[in-house]
Write a protein of this length. Structure first.
Length: 397
């Protein structure tokens, strides 16, 4: 058996797999490096999905820009994670690991361009002989339920894509499908009624048809056209993509407000926006009101206007990762959760409960049953919507 030596010096980005534009992520990282006058002519963004934990993706930059110290590159360029987080829906982690006689580990938690937390440790903070699990990245990996070997090995065996930071060419949908592990869907043979036939694209079209299509008027000029967009075209494309993102966010908010489950209790009302997550702060913030005085948020029945005056409005949403919430010292980890949470009977079942902070949303309570979790924007000492919590946990299995 051939022994595989894993790198002891590595770094990169780790984030949950969700719908995103890989080429936009590559473009954002490229702009960050170009702003520092870094040479990215041979630089590529590699994205690899974990083969057994399909919701996790590792992002690495390869090329001469990294040099011979990948961990140092990611530690010394924290802005890359902040830039990358602006084009992602969820939090991401920028990490660095150095092993050997002078170990160092650290990470940054970023979301929508802001650093939410950061840790960096050397032998000065963690003395030699300490358990490996005491190091920051090791604790993070325990939360993500993967091993240091898997991270160092680059999620070996998982689906992966590679994008040039210079060209950033590619079909985002096809790239994302490849990363998910599904082949891109083949275009349908039948065209819509009245649609013009594409030369050489019909059923049975062979090399002769393709050659004939190449000789069509204008085909040669099109083939000789430059592939790379001009600066103005690229600016317009990015502007259109940003507008599309804003339109998508508005459409999601409208859909959530159109069907808003809620429960009413002595403190006020707790809503459970369908499809919303803690990362959707723009959608959740309207439903975080300490004392109602005047209008109530759109989506709530108007008939509740008078009843809710002087009372609270809160929300409850599913939470998949412990690290989505924080304690004062940083992102919540499994060892800390196990040690500090308490068991409480909620709606006839035993749940683990802990008071936490949600980024940009404030204090609340995290309740977990196995790996299923719910965040409620009320502290543990306040009444919690037990039936609503149970329903949200049941949806997660």
């Amino acid at each position: 058996m051939t022994e595989i030596s894993l790198p002891s010096n590595h770094g990169g980005l780790v984030f949950p797999l969700d719908t995103f534009r890989p080429t936009m992520l590559a473009a954002a990282l490229a702009e960050g490096l170009i702003a520092q006058a870094r040479n990215i002519l041979d630089a590529r963004l590699e994205l690899i999905r974990h083969p057994e934990v399909p919701q996790l993706v590792l992002g690495r930059i390869v090329g001469s820009v990294i040099g011979d110290d990948p961990a140092g590159f990611w530690r010394e360029n924290p802005e890359l994670g902040l830039i990358a987080s602006q084009v992602m829906r969820h939090q991401l982690f920028q990490y660095w690991v150095v092993g050997g006689e002078d170990p160092r580990q650290g990470f940054i938690v970023a979301q929508r361009g802001q650093a939410l937390a950061a840790q960096d440790a050397t032998l000065e903070q963690i003395p030699a002989g300490s358990h490996p699990d005491e190091w920051p990245v090791a604790q993070l990996l325990m939360q993500l339920q993967i091993t240091m070997e898997e991270l160092a090995g680059g999620f070996a065996g998982g689906p992966h894509i590679s994008i040039s930071l210079i060209d950033r060419e590619g079909d985002d949908r096809e790239l994302l499908m490849t990363l998910i592990g599904q082949p891109p869907e083949e275009p349908e043979d039948d065209q819509a009624p009245g649609a013009p036939a594409q030369p050489g694209a019909g059923p049975g079209a062979g090399p002769g048809a393709a050659k004939a299509a190449a000789n069509e008027p204008g085909a040669q000029a099109q083939a000789g056209a430059p592939k790379r967009l001009t600066v103005e075209e690229d600016r317009k494309r990015r502007s259109a993509e940003q507008q599309a993102e804003l339109d998508a966010r508005k459409a999601k908010a409208d859909t959530i407000r159109a069907d808003l489950p809620h429960v009413i209790d002595e403190l006020g009302i707790v809503v459970a926006p369908k499809g919303a997550e803690l990362a959707d702060t723009d959608i959740l913030e309207p439903f975080l009101v300490a004392t109602v005085a005047g209008d109530i948020p759109s989506g709530l029945p108007r008939t509740l206007h008078d009843q809710l005056q002087g009372k609270r409005i809160d929300f409850a949403v599913p939470v998949e990762f412990l690290s989505e919430v924080f304690l004062l010292e940083g992102p919540l980890t499994k060892p800390v959760f196990d040690a500090q949470s308490e068991v409480r009977s909620i709606d006839g079942q035993e749940l683990r409960v802990i008071g936490v902070l949600a980024p940009r949303l404030g204090r609340g309570t995290l309740l977990r049953r196995d790996r299923a979790g719910v965040f409620v924007s009320r502290t543990p000492d306040q009444p919690l919507p037990e039936a609503l919590i149970s329903a949200l946990l049941d949806r997660q299995g």
